[in-house]
Design a protein around this ligand. Structure first.
Ligand code: GLY
Length: 372
């Protein structure tokens, strides 16, 4: 049982298969893309332990042989040394222009391997097999690939669309609850930015998805991917509307930097959830939406037992000026002006660089004060 979402980019269109049991069927799904029955798989050590065998056997069922490389798990792998390692390994394994590289893992593996595929022999095709909720609903779709630089996250990269995405929702059962809920931050984001009906569905049924109900999990992944596919098809390289996907991210990036990218304190998806709540607070303060809207956002996050407020982040946080300075280092600064995604209501987000700094300061000051 699986659903297919089509990403209709002209000349670079591909399908996203979503459902339980997609991974064991990888061979029949990838087979039609291959010129020779051999692929290279790059994964991380944790994911390899859990899912590599299923993938390899799924490929073998269709007569496809594979070689695989397991990298250390964690954000540190999205770096120059590992990029060099992966590209060198692929060349040694004689991966050619017409071959396929498979990225099996979460966002780190997807971004790194996608970038390696983008630059290897000036571009080889790759397949995303996302294993985290965050990767299934966001990073595996849309072709953003890259690594981190000492100067900041994701600063070196390329747009390189996958040729296929296989999102096996049964694999989500192996995630720790905290990781699932972090990915859920991105799911809520889709409802908030463009689909109030989906948000309402999440209010009523979201707890089923976190409790493991497969139909609910398929629905949240499918609706998120549909929305992402639609936006990416309109604006592949983020000249306009794709920036809507950054709802909550300006605050999130400042909070991630303030917590030194320490996942024990704040995961990216948790920062997105808190950032969305703050973006709605800011929208209400600017009179764009009623105060009930941020309250509704926070109630949903609270009911899901997600991080909602700055008080949910353990340890010290810098004062308001330092947080604002960290926001200023965001990639979304254009001509020195901070760009925000704000909302006229749930499901009605828009992009603006016309935000009075005093309002941002007031929202952050209030949020910091609430930490006590
Ligand atoms: N994660 C945001 C984007 O893909 O544009």
């Amino acid at each position: 049982m699986s659903n297919v979402v089509h990403v209709g980019l002209a000349g670079r269109a591909y399908d996203v298969h979503i459902g339980p049991g997609v991974l064991p069927e990888a061979g029949s799904l990838i087979g039609p893309l291959l010129r020779r029955a051999r692929v290279a798989i790059v994964t991380d050590e944790n994911v390899a332990r859990l899912h590599l065998r299923t993938l390899v056997e799924g490929l073998e069922k269709s007569g496809i042989s594979s070689v695989s490389l397991s990298l250390p798990a964690g954000e540190g792998t999205k770096s120059w040394p590992h990029l060099e390692h992966v590209t060198g390994w692929l060349l040694e394994r004689k991966i050619e222009r017409n071959d396929i590289v498979i990225a099996l893992g979460g966002g780190v593996i997807g971004d790194l391997v996608g970038f390696a595929a983008a630059i290897l022999r000036r571009g080889v095709r790759f397949v995303q097999v996302p294993t985290s909720l965050l990767a299934q609903v966001d990073s595996s779709v849309g072709g953003k690939t890259g690594i981190n630089a000492p100067q900041g996250k994701n600063l070196i990269g390329a747009f390189h669309q996958p040729s296929l995405v296989l999102a096996d929702t049964a694999v989500l059962g192996t995630l720790a609850e905290r990781d699932f809920l972090a990915g859920y931050g991105e799911v809520v984001k889709y409802g908030l930015l463009g689909d109030s009906t989906f948000f309402q569905w999440l209010e009523g049924h979201g707890s089923r998805a976190s409790a493991g109900d497969m139909a609910a999990r398929m629905h949240i992944v499918k609706r998120s991917v549909e929305m992402k596919a639609e936006i990416v098809t309109r604006d592949e390289t983020e000249q306009g509307d794709r920036a809507l996907l950054n709802l909550g991210h300006t605050f999130c990036h400042a909070l991630e930097a303030a917590t030194h990218y320490d996942g024990a304190r704040l995961l990216h998806g948790e920062g997105v959830a808190i950032g969305c709540a703050l973006a709605f607070e800011l929208s209400a303060r600017l009179g764009l939406c009623s105060q009930e809207e941020p309250s509704r956002v926070r109630a949903l996050l609270r009911n899901m037992k997600m991080k909602v407020d700055l008080s949910d982040i353990e340890g010290e946080l810098p004062a308001v000026d330092a947080l604002i300075a960290l926001m200023g280092q965001d990639k979304k600064v254009v001509d020195g002006k901070l760009r925000f995604v704000l909302a006229r209501g749930i499901g009605a987000a828009f992009i603006t660089d016309d935000v009075p700094p005093a309002a941002v300061r007031a929202v952050l000051q209030e949020a910091l004060a609430a930490r006590g």
